[in-house]
Design a binder for this molecule. Structure first.
Ligand code: 13P
Length: 341
């Protein structure tokens, strides 16, 4: 493990004004997202869509990194340039999702367990060769009647920690993603409780595995009301609950926290990040974004698989990046949304 390399990469990924795009949807997930806007999912449509995103002029200003899916890191842009190189040339660091998605947790079918540890140590050198400098692994925790169970929290936290250790051994910065889902009618207080539990368990296991905290990034959910909850917490309340929860559970040695959007609307995800950065000064870690849906919703819909819409889709994508870039310093305002029109 080269701690200096890890720290440098982690630092670049959370550089001021920039954040991460998660474009690592698995075949199933991208299929669902495409279907919702009438795009047929094929190797070529996925390639063309992602090329459209990555060749958007000026993305390096607001994007520090992009998380790719296994298929994409092996693909080329239309001019024959490998996708990872397209990103490098734009000043964006390529990363790769290395988990192998979730299965039902044995004997607790309403919960999930993330797989992918077998053979991970052998897969990583190839990803490095292909240009990746960081990785992602997502664990999923569901809130519901009697869940999460301790078995689910512990199993997923342990897998996250082992994943991070494998990656650091290969000088790849692990993004550790323990996602407490927004699905359900639970309160923001319940989300806080479960998020704190999962984060504490995760950092316990990271410690046990000897993971260097200064050479990793955390990708958590925000502390937020369940999607179906009768009371929806406001922007400042979400910002406060999230930062307070993180202060109680994330060691100061971690250089950055890069949130997932998790089903929030594009504007909510930006407003929440902005509120945290404007309300708090001198936090021990950078607070940034690593969004998939909240960055891609509009551009995907506009593109719709139509070559003639590339420019309009790229414009929408650039705008969303710029808004989130501003949220990094707490300088975003809703009036800035008008610029897109
Ligand atoms: P969302 O921003 O759509 O939640 O996705 C982030 C991600 O990478 C999930 O693993």
């Amino acid at each position: 493990m080269n701690v200096q390399t890890l720290e440098e990469t982690a630092g670049q990924l959370v550089a001021p004004g920039r954040g991460i795009l998660a474009a690592d949807e698995s075949f199933g997930t991208i299929g669902k997202r495409f279907e919702a806007v009438g795009i047929e999912s094929s190797e070529e449509s996925r390639r063309a869509y992602r090329e459209m995103l990555f060749t958007t002029e000026g993305i390096g200003e607001f994007l520090s990194g992009v998380i790719l899916f296994d298929e994409t890191i092996r693909q080329e842009a239309s001019d024959g340039t490998p996708i990872a190189q397209v990103l490098e040339r734009a000043g964006v660091i390529p990363g790769i999702k290395v988990d192998k998605s979730t299965v039902s947790l044995p004997l607790s079918p309403k919960e999930k367990f993330t797989q992918g540890l077998d053979g991970l140590g052998e897969r990583l050198p190839e990803y490095r060769e292909l240009g990746a400098r960081f990785t992602k692994w997502r664990a999923v925790i569901t809130i519901g009647d009697g869940i999460p169970t301790r078995g689910c929290v512990e199993a997923n936290a342990r897998a996250l920690a082992l994943y991070a250790a494998f990656c650091q051994e290969h000088d790849l910065v692990p993004i550790v993603e323990p996602e407490v889902l927004i699905d359900g009618d639970h309160s923001i207080e319940r989300c806080y409780e479960v998020t704190e539990w999962m984060l504490r368990a995760t950092f316990d296991h990271l410690y046990e595995q000897g993971v260097e905290l200064s050479g990793m990034l955390l990708k958590p959910n925000m502390v937020i009301s369940g999607k179906e909850a009768s009371r929806q917490a406001g922007v400042e309340e979400v910002a406060r609950a999230t930062v307070e929860c993180l202060l109680r559970s994330v060691p100061a040695a971690v250089p950055g926290i890069v949130f997932l959007s998790g089903g929030q609307s594009d504007l909510q995800a930006t407003a929440h990040l902005n509120a945290m950065n404007s309300m708090y000064d001198g936090l021990p870690w950078e607070l940034s974004f690593s969004y998939a849906r909240a960055l891609q919703g509009q551009p995907m819909e506009i593109w719709g698989g139509d070559v003639s819409k590339v420019e309009a889709a790229q414009k929408a994508f650039y705008h969303r990046l710029k808004m989130n870039g501003a949220a990094r310093s707490g300088s975003y305002s809703e009036e800035m949304e008008q610029e897109a029109a």
